[in-house]
Write a protein that binds this ligand. Structure first.
Ligand code: MG
Length: 289
């Protein structure tokens, strides 16, 4: 199931895609969060409603929002989680995370809920007064059920689905403030979408390929299999000491090819078009404003 949240005639609603149509399953900003919390019964009730009296609208007539427009908690994000990116970021001089290029344990930080925007939304690069805005195409993992002390073997059973995320970053604020909360949490700096694909529709998430283009030029290209710390390891690491909740989002890290990896760095400027796509998960497009 491909799950969307959208605005149509001034109203926010959620539903799922069926060809060129959206099957509308509920109104408000918390519909998808509630669906996730209800687990398998929630999906079953959506399908039942969808095959009966659910209204439908043309996908072309709606404006897609982030599938979870207002997450309950800040996103969990993983730093330096692809080998080639860890090397390029460490060499850039902007790495305040430690002495090693390749981390010995997952680097985990959070990204504010207020940074979340949807597909085609403008990312307010003008908020970064240091003019060092950079992109990071990433796979997002949506947690489906309460998870505490989950083993690697059981980790995928806690996953509701997957989504494309762009972990937009101010490199100078990231370096200057040492911890990454400020440099990663600027309003509008977390585009997400276009939809959540439920885990049952993804055979092997490690086989998916991520690609980021800036103004049409391919900058990042990698298989999810290249993660240093894979999805089970991330879930195991976080839940070893703290509970993950339904609707929590883990941004798993970005491959090499970010702007700060170039010499000189290729920072984003007003009007630049960012496009992140992952096999089967769609394409997330945003413009810098
Ligand atoms: Mg990132």
């Amino acid at each position: 199931m491909k799950i969307v949240t959208f605005s149509h005639n001034g109203k926010i609603s959620s539903g799922y895609l069926e060809k060129d149509e959206v099957v509308v399953c509920g109104d408000g900003v918390n519909v998808v969060q509630s669906l996730i919390e209800r687990g398998g019964a929630g999906i079953a009730s959506w399908l039942d409603y969808g095959s009966n009296k659910a209204p439908r609208v043309n996908l072309a007539d709606v404006r897609l929002l982030s599938p979870i427009p207002e997450p309950r908690r800040d996103l969990f994000c993983i730093g330096k989680n692809y080998y080639a990116h860890a090397e390029e970021f460490h060499a850039s001089g902007f790495d305040s995370s430690g002495a090693e290029a390749i981390p010995l344990a997952p680097i985990i930080f959070t990204k504010a809920t207020t940074s979340v925007v949807g597909p085609d939304a403008m990312v307010l690069g003008s908020l970064d007064y240091t003019n060092t805005v950079d992109y990071e195409g990433e796979l997002g993992v949506i947690i489906g059920s309460k998870a505490f002390q989950v083993s690697k073997v059981d980790a995928y059973s806690k996953v509701f689905g997957y989504v494309v995320i762009n972990d937009v970053t101010s490199r100078e604020l990231q370096r200057h403030h040492n911890q990454w909360v400020i440099g990663k949490g600027l309003d509008t700096f977390c585009p997400m979408g276009p939809y959540i694909v439920t885990a049952d529709e993804v055979d092997d998430v490690t086989a998916l390929e991520l690609e980021t283009r800036i103004n049409g030029e391919v900058r990042q290209k990698s298989q999810i299999a290249n993660l240093i710390f894979d999805i089970p390891t991330l879930i195991r690491t976080i839940t070893r000491t703290m509970t993950l909740l339904p609707g929590d989002i883990i941004a798993t890290g970005t491959p090499d090819g970010v702007g700060v990896g170039f010499n000189p760095p290729k920072y984003l400027k007003k009007g630049d078009k960012m496009s992140v796509s992952i096999t089967g998960l769609g394409e997330l497009n945003n413009v810098i404003g």
